[in-house]
Design a protein around this ligand. Structure first.
Ligand code: SF4
Length: 193
């Protein structure tokens, strides 16, 4: 079994720039989250613990059971899922609350986070996961369904493997292709861009 355990946040950091992982986890240089990264990540629900009503979830989504605050692990990943929904079609789905407004599109970071949770739920609940839900608490708790297809879930697993390779084998990864991200990066003075 692999000893290195990573989080959905680290996968999101990796997608922002793979070298973040190298500088922080291999060289142990702490990063100060940059404005642009923070904007991508969005704010998580801490302030408002209002939950979607179980009856509403049953009628709207066909939820037959829900589990709150599930801390799940597998041999690569660990994470805390706000809610795991068991659905009447025999699948399961993660539901995540965002202390944010819905801006007519789902950020890729949110989608990546849901795909991580899907992977954890599939392995821990032994049920297929093909969608997830986001609740935007600053848009009157608007609920948005997010499709999580196999290719997207597989991509998250590949990224997790790449992160483990960086950490366990001290692999120095390629820089991000988006040079604008380097402009206000914590590591710009030590990084060969
Ligand atoms: S300076 Fe650019 S390439 Fe280097 S870690 Fe920062 S974002 Fe990545």
């Amino acid at each position: 079994m692999n000893q290195t355990s990573i989080t959905p946040s680290e996968i999101i950091q990796y997608l922002f720039c793979p070298r973040f992982i190298y500088f922080e986890k291999v060289l142990c240089i702490p990063q100060h989250e940059e404005k642009s990264y923070k904007a991508m990540k969005g704010r998580h629900l801490h302030e408002n613990k209002t939950r979607m009503n179980k009856e509403y979830l049953r009628k709207k989504l066909g939820v037959v059971q829900k589990y709150q605050e599930q801390y799940l692990t597998n041999n690569l990943l660990r994470g805390k899922v706000d809610e795991v929904l068991l659905l009447e079609d025999g699948t399961a789905a993660p539901l995540d609350y965002k202390f944010a407004k819905y801006k007519d599109k789902v950020f890729n970071t949110y989608k990546t986070q849901l795909a991580c949770y899907a992977w954890l739920i599939e392995e821990n609940f032994n049920l297929p996961v093909n969608r997830g839900y986001l609740v935007y608490t600053r848009s009157k708790s608007k609920m948005v369904e997010v499709e999580l297809d196999d290719a997207f879930k597989q991509d998250v697993k590949v990224k997790a493997d790449e992160i483990v390779k960086i950490i366990d084998r001290n692999h120095f990864p390629k820089a991000t292709r988006y040079k604008k991200r380097c402009m206000d990066c914590t590591y710009r003075n030590i990084c060969i861009q």
